[in-house]
Write a protein that binds this ligand. Structure first.
Ligand SMILES: Cc1ncc(COP(=O)(O)O)c(C=O)c1O
Length: 354
């Protein structure tokens, strides 16, 4: 059957998302979801919207939502595009700017979905290795690259590249620079202002993490109006459904709930980091709602794969990446509630060799 496919699709390994367990009862620290519910206003508006005009198509231009985003982020609605999660926007960006065979650069390791999207397009992935500290790698401005992706904060390290370095990179790259800010609300960073100064800057955000709306699939792209106008031709016309539009507008109207939840997550992240360090893990400085924890000397003879499995047996899910090799002795742990993190630390203590 594989000969029926385009050769690059037949060869494709495909992205494997973090596990969503079918049974209840897991402490789920594997997909960087928010442990707190979204604003009650979102749920109230959704209930009303369910009783309204679902037989009609949604607004293909998402005018009300883009207007509100413009107000919140002090930019024009023409500089905004919304998507079915930021994953859809990453897809639209690749289809808009890269032909088959074109180079697309990104630091590595990073968000695992860039590579399959590049492969689907038949473009050439150019990963540029991060150093041990996950600082911006020299050489990321690959000559001729049509797109450069930078997840900032990065996944799975959680590390943040300062604004001045991102701006310098944007001036240096040949094509567009896409700053993927999925986790920015848990950090002190933010690069939206890039789009006012750089004609090739695109900043992508999501409501999946800080706004607790992963299930609604809502993402935003901010870019100079000329780039948005071109990307518009590529997106599906009704890419955000009526309920997602309603949820997004309500979440922005009540944005303080997101800020309060993000602050709680950041406070728990500090507790998680202290606990993990005490248990002999090495951590990078995370500015996201997860941490990357590497097994230190105390865990000699033990593997992250083993630890992942032992946690899973005890109904705690974290993320383990078998590849690339430099992540093979690491676990990525999402920040849950204080109680969930206490439970995790207690189990790790029990499993700890000393
Ligand atoms: C860096 C990064 N970008 C984008 C996404 C996709 O988010 P969304 O749920 O908006 O599609 C993720 C999801 O985990 C992510 O880690």
């Amino acid at each position: 059957m594989s000969e029926l496919f385009r050769p690059n699709i037949a060869r494709l390994r495909g992205y494997v998302p973090g596990e969503q367990p079918r049974e209840q009862g897991y402490i789920k620290l594997n997909t960087n979801e928010n442990p707190y519910p979204p604003s009650p206003l979102v749920l109230a508006r959704l209930r009303t919207a369910c009783a309204a005009d679902l037989r009609l198509y949604p607004d293909p231009d998402a005018r009300a939502l883009r207007r509100r985003l413009g107000e919140v982020f002090a930019i024009a609605p023409q500089q905004v595009m919304v998507g079915n999660g930021s994953d859809e926007l990453l897809n639209v960006i690749i289809r808009s700017f890269a032909c088959a065979g074109d180079k697309i650069a990104y630091p590595h390791p990073t968000y695992g979905y860039y590579k399959p999207l590049i492969d689907i397009q038949g473009a050439e992935a150019v990963p540029v290795e991060f150093g041990g500290d996950f600082a911006l790698p020299a050489g990321l401005a690959v000559p001729g690259a049509r797109i450069t992706f930078l997840a900032n904060p990065n996944a799975p390290s959680g590390t943040l590249v300062p604004y001045a370095e991102v701006a310098a990179l944007c001036a240096q790259v040949d094509g567009v620079l896409v700053v993927d800010e999925a986790y920015v609300d848990f950090s002190q960073g933010g690069c939206i202002q890039l789009i006012e100064q750089h004609p090739n800057a695109i900043v992508v955000r999501t409501m999946s993490k800080s706004f607790s709306l992963a299930g609604m699939r809502i993402g935003f792209a901010f870019a100079p109006a000329a780039l948005i106008a071109g990307m518009w031709k590529v997106k599906d016309h009704y890419n955000l459904n009526r309920l997602s539009l309603v949820a997004a507008e309500a979440a922005l109207e009540d944005i303080d709930v997101m800020r309060t939840n993000a602050a709680r997550v950041c406070a728990t992240r500090t507790r998680l980091c202290v606990g993990l360090k005490n248990l002999g893990f090495y951590l990078w400085d995370s500015q996201a709602n997860f941490v990357l924890a590497k097994l230190g000397a105390r865990w000699a003879g033990r593997t992250a794969a083993e630890l992942y499995a032992q946690l899973k047996e005890r109904r705690i899910l974290v993320r383990y990446f078998a590849t690339p090799p430099r992540l093979a002795d690491c676990l990525r742990i999402s920040v849950g509630t204080d109680a969930e993190i206490d439970a995790l630390l207690a189990v790790l203590k029990e499993l700890s060799p000393v």
